[in-house]
Design a binder for this molecule. Structure first.
Ligand code: GLU
Length: 421
C-alpha cells in the first residue's frame, strides 16, 4: 500500500461531515489517531539466528469503547497502512453500532518464509511488545490477512501468561476450544450476504436470475459464495492470488473449494464446461450482476474502474476500491456497498465472542446467526436510506451514519457551546 493512504482515507471524514450538522470539536478529535506504537520484534529463527520484524498497533479512537481490529502479517504492512485500517475500523464498529472504537495492528513479514515454530515465536513476540497497549477493556485484536485462529490462540496464551490469569477476552477469532464463538468463521461472508439479500429488491437482483463474480477464494469469499449459491445465485467466477476461473454457466463453490484444498490451485477446478482461466484483473471486468472484491486493497483503481461492468459491487475486502476508482464507478451509476458495512459481520461476531468471554456463557450457533442478522439487515437498510435521503453514494452514506454515532458520543462530553454557556 502506498504512503499517503491515511491522508486520503481521512478525507472521508470531511466529505461525510458536509452532510451532518456537527460540532467542530468532532472533526478536531478524529483527524489523528489517538495513539500508535511501533516496535521491533527480534525473533529467534530455527537456524539459531535472530531476525527483527517491524510491528505496529494503532488505537485510532476509543470514544465509543475499547479499540477493536485485526492484526495483519504481510510484507507490505507499514505504519500508514495500520493507521488507515484502524481509521476504517473506527467507522466499521460505529456502522454496526458495536460499543467499540477502532484499532489495527500489523507486522511486516512474509509468513510463507517462516516455519510454524518461527510463526509461533513471532506471534508471542508481538504480544510481548504490545502487552501494555492491548487489553480486554482497552484494545482487542483479532485475525486479519495471514493471521488465523491458531495465531490468536498463541497470542491469547501469551497475554494470559503475562497477566498471570486466563484472559480470553483480550483477543477474538480464537479457536472454539479456547473460547472462540460459534459462527465467527463464516461471519464476514455471512454478514455481507445478509446485507445483499436484504437489499436485493432495491438493487434489482434476485436468486435464480443474477450472476455473481467473486475476486478471491479465501474465508470471506468462500462463505459468501456458498451462501449465495445455496440460495440460487449463480457464481460464475472466483480467483486466488495466482489465477482466476470464470464460467458463464456457473461454478459450484463446494466442488471448487474441495479441488483447491486438494491441489492448492484453482487451475483445473471443476466447472460446467465453458470455463476460461484468466488473470485476477481480467476477472473483475467480466459480465455479471454482482461483483464481490474479497481479496486485497486497491484492486479497482482509476486505471480499470471504467471497465467494470457489474452494476452492484459488494466490498468484502477492506479498501478494494481506491478513491479514484470510486469516483469513476459512482459517475457510471454503479452501487458500491462499502467495506465498512459489507464486511462488518466479522467484527460483529468478534464482539459476540468478547461478550461471551466476559460473561463466561456461550451461545448456540443459531443465536449467533440470529443476532448477526439483526444487526446487518437494519444497518444495511439505514445506510441505503441515508444514501437515498441525501442523494449520496452508499460509501458516503455509511460514513455519515457512522460519524453521526461517533459525533453523539464526542458531543455527549460537552462541546465549546457548553463551556461558553
Ligand atoms: N480484521 C477484521 C476486519 O477488518 C476483523 C476485525 C475484528 O474481528 O476485530 O474487520
Amino acid at each position: 500500500m502506498s504512503e499517503g493512504l491515511f491522508h486520503s482515507a481521512v478525507k472521508r471524514l470531511y466529505s461525510a461531515a458536509e452532510h451532518l450538522d456537527l460540532h467542530e470539536d468532532v472533526l478536531e478529535r478524529l483527524k489523528y489517531p489517538k495513539e500508535t506504537l511501533a516496535a521491533s520484534l527480534p525473533v529467534r529463527m530455527d537456524d539459531g539466528s535472530v531476525r527483527s520484524f517491524k510491528a505496529w498497533r494503532c488505537r485510532y479512537d476509543d470514544t465509543r469503547g475499547p479499540t477493536k481490529g485485526g492484526i495483519r502479517f504481510h510484507p507490505a504492512v507499514c505504519m500508514d497502512e495500520v493507521m488507515t485500517l484502524a481509521f476504517w475500523m473506527t467507522f466499521k464498529c460505529a456502522v454496526a453500532n458495536l460499543p467499540y472504537g477502532g484499532g489495527k495492528g500489523g507486522v511486516s513479514v512474509d509468513v510463507h518464509q517462516l516455519s510454524r515454530t518461527e510463526l509461533e515465536r513471532l506471534s508471542r513476540a508481538y504480544v510481548g511488545a504490545f502487552s501494555r497497549f492491548i487489553g480486554p477493556d482497552r484494545d482487542v485484536p483479532a485475525p486479519d490477512m495471514y493471521t488465523n485462529g491458531i495465531v490468536m490462540a498463541w497470542m491469547a496464551d501469551e497475554y494470559s501468561r503475562i497477566a498471570d490469569e486466563p484472559t480470553p477476552a483480550v483477543i477474538t477469532g480464537k479457536p472454539i476450544a479456547l473460547g472462540g464463538s460459534l459462527g465467527r468463521d463464516d461471519a464476514t461472508g455471512r454478514g455481507g450476504y445478509y446485507v445483499l439479500r436484504h437489499l436485493e429488491d432495491d438493487l434489482g437482483i434476485a436468486p435464480g436470475k443474477s450472476k455473481v463474480v467473486i475476486q478471491g477464494f479465501g474465508n470471506a469469499a468462500f462463505h459468501a459464495a456458498r451462501l449465495l449459491h445455496d440460495d440460487g445465485y449463480q457464481i460464475i467466477g472466483v480467483s486466488d492470488s495466482k489465477s482466476a476461473i470464470y464460467d458463464p454457466d456457473g461454478l459450484n463453490p463446494y466442488d471448487v473449494m474441495e479441488y483447491k484444498q486438494k491441489n492448492r490451485t484453482l487451475d483445473g477446478a471443476p466447472t460446467n464446461g465453458k470455463a476460461k482461466t484468466m488473470s485476477n484483473a481480467e476477472l473483475l471486468e467480466q459480465e455479471c450482476d454482482v461483483l464481490i472484491p474479497a481479496a486485497m486493497e486497491n484492486q479497482i483503481t482509476g486505471d480499470n474502474a471504467d471497465r467494470i461492468v457489474a452494476p452492484v459491487i459488494l466490498e468484502l475486502a477492506n479498501g478494494p476500491i481506491t478513491p479514484e476508482g470510486d469516483a469513476i464507478l459512482n459517475k457510471a451509476g454503479k452501487t458500491v456497498i462499502p467495506d465498512i458495512l459489507a464486511n462488518a459481520g466479522g467484527v460483529t461476531v468478534s464482539y459476540f465472542e468478547w461478550v461471551q468471554n466476559k460473561a463466561g456463557y456461550y451461545w448456540p450457533l443459531d443465536e449467533v446467526q440470529d443476532k448477526l442478522q439483526k444487526i446487518m439487515r437494519p444497518e444495511g437498510r439505514r445506510v441505503w436510506d441515508v444514501s437515498k435521503e441525501k442523494g449520496i453514494d452508499m460509501r458516503t452514506a455509511a460514513y455519515v451514519h457512522a460519524l453521526d454515532r461517533i459525533a453523539s458520543a464526542v458531543e455527549a462530553h460537552g462541546t465549546k457551546a457548553y463551556f461558553d454557556g
